[in-house]
Design a protein around this ligand. Sequence first.
Ligand SMILES: [Zn+2]
Length: 387
Amino acid sequence: MISKFAPIAIGTMAFFMLGGCASDPSGAARAATNPATGSASADAPAMPHARRSLASFARPVSEQACYDRKTEPYTAVVDAHFHPRPFGGQAMAPERLFRILDQNGVRFVNYFGIGQSLDMRSACTYYLDCPGTTALPSIKNDFVNGQETKVFPHDNLDITLSMTFIDLAHPQDVVKTIALYDKEFPGMFKWAGELNVEKQALLKNMHEPATIGSIDQWAPFMKVLRDRNIPVTLHADLGNDANPTQFLPLMQHVLKKYPDNKIVWAHMGLSKELTRMDPRQHIAIMKKAIDSSPNLYLDISWDVLYNAYHEYGPDFVAFFNAYPDRILPGSDFVAAANKTDEQYARELEVTSRVNRALDDEAFRRIALGENYFRLLNLRYHAPAVCK
Ligand SMILES: [Zn+2]
């Protein structure tokens, strides 16, 4: 089944990464399994209206209506991997973004820069369209995000600002720059990342991967993050189809060196360069990492999981059900102004499809936000799932 898996994943990645693509090679509109009956229907079901407000999550579980998985959406209420600004060019206006998230029932969102800005002299908006143009870590988008979340009202949305400027290959000035954030946005940035340890897709835009040596130099800023209970999301490619575990030692070193930091591994290490890995090998690596690193979480943003679910469903679902408190959902959407509202809805829906197969405990923790709330010590609670 691996041969079948690869082309689907590659095609889907193209859809996700490039956006604005009219066709959907992932088959997102094809037959979907009805969450209520478990049987396949001809069309993907229309998502039920999300009727829970942000305020409802602030009530104790006993005062919230139980969550009816038959009549309420299976899309996650939290998007823990979201990029409100593109690499370059125009972003969606904040009012529009807030409306889109609201309409899709997303009440909690991480604002991940995007951390890399394309060279200001370039007109390019997406790094894969302009190899040779630098896309380097920058404070620019963080500052715009900090300012906009402050001045535009969003009563039904809880935004977690994230520091995405950190250059993991050159960490010398990070603590100094955090002090600048403290001065300009006191107490407002409560997450870090998505930061790139190794992102092969960005190499043509002068991304410099971290090394064992530079990882050792993270210690001062990792201490700041620990002291403030700030989780950090790391994009760390596991490898590529030629060598699926080529970069695994980097992440292993991070986990060994910083066992007390809350670390979120973006996309479980998958990338568009790695689509043919045996999922059992992949799960075994993740399981080993989780078992030996109590503060490690896995970010299942990216639709490759949806494809994997179809091809290898029982393995992944069993894995998520076995580690329900270690998984975070996300869309990995990049909010370029030229995208349509429907693109977000679709990316959220596709990345949420695996939720339908989770057991109630995992669904509550992952899709209904409980893991996210506990990770950040938020005052919110996920509702109980109806029996
Ligand atoms: Zn991302």
